[in-house]
Design a protein around this ligand. Structure first.
Ligand SMILES: Nc1ncnc2c1ncn2[C@@H]1O[C@H](COP(=O)(O)OP(=O)(O)O)[C@@H](O)[C@H]1O
Ligand SMILES: [Mg+2]
Length: 264
């Protein structure tokens, strides 16, 4: 099972990814959680040991590794470097393992304008491709708003792209944009999850304004989620209402993937 979670900043992508990671780990499945946000916070949402997280270096920040694998210094552009660096050993070497979940932090890629091809972005894309295409485990990709790190070659391997939205216009506009980007690279199974839902009208708003994506389910707004965030606790441990809702979402996803193939 390979899932990618995307959506506008602050909608709850990381919260949902952390809940799903624990739900799959609970079933005894091997879970690889990938933090693809340039400012990593999935580890904190998982409630992992802060000292261990502090010691974790994102792959994009491993200058020596990047130059060893690509033949070029990170941050450089142009020039020559390998476009197919070796990456197969990286998940096991650099993931932080806690409570049945392995966490890999990708880190921030230097921005060199659109279409930037720099050694670190090549390494990350190759790494994500390797994980999606070659590794046999539950993969949860916690992304930034968009489909960065995915491409035509990997779209097929993504079982589902979940766009998280709040009951508001802006996050639904972002979901519509994501839908366009996703269809550009041939990603077909897209779903929506509504988060921070307080009333039936909130859920109704999300359903009515979905950009044509099936809604997998809803997560309730919960002040306990913010308290858990501040306390460095996992929502999985501290917010039972979110766990229950995420369980229903995982079940809905299972049914959706078994049945209808694609969004239109
Ligand atoms: N259902 C919810 N109820 C209340 N607060 C939430 C809920 N889901 C997420 N949050 C809070 O919103 C903030 C952003 O959530 P996060 O999962 O980090 O979003 P993203 O990864 O999309 O940027 C966090 O402080 C988180 O605790
Ligand atoms: Mg996040």
């Amino acid at each position: 099972m390979k899932l990618a979670v995307t959506g506008k900043g602050g909608v709850g992508k990381t919260t949902l990814a952390s809940l799903l990671a624990y739900l799959y780990a609970e079933q005894g499945r091997t879970v690889l959680a990938i933090d693809a946000d340039p400012s990593p916070c999935l580890g904190a949402a998982l409630g992992f040991d802060p000292a261990a997280l502090q010691r974790l270096t994102p792959i994009a920040a491993m200058a020596e590794l990047i130059s060893e694998r690509t033949g070029a210094q990170p941050g450089t552009m142009g020039g020559y470097f390998r476009l197919n660096p070796r990456v197969d050993d990286l998940p096991d070497r650099f993931a932080l393992h806690e409570r049945g979940i392995r966490l890999l932090q990708l880190g921030a890629v230097g921005k060199g304008g659109s279409g930037c091809i720099c050694p670190e972005s090549v390494l990350l894309k190759q790494l994500v491709a390797h994980i999606l295409l070659r590794r046999d485990e539950v993969v949860l990709l916690d992304m930034y708003a968009g489909v960065e790190h995915l491409g035509r070659a990997t779209a097929e391997a993504v079982d589902a792209l979940i766009a998280v939205v709040e009951p508001g216009k802006r996050s639904l506009d972002t979901a519509a944009q994501i839908k366009r980007l996703a269809s550009d690279i041939g990603l077909r199974r897209l779903y929506l999850v509504g988060n921070k839902i307080q009333t039936a009208a909130d859920a109704g708003y999300v359903a009515a304004h979905s950009p044509g994506l099936p809604v997998l389910g809803y997560l309730p707004y919960s002040p306990a989620a913010q308290a858990a965030d501040r306390a460095g606790q996992a929502a999985y441990d501290a917010v039972p209402a979110l766990v229950t809702a995420a369980r229903e979402i995982a079940a809905a996803l299972e049914r959706a993937l078994a049945g209808a193939p694609a969004a239109t």
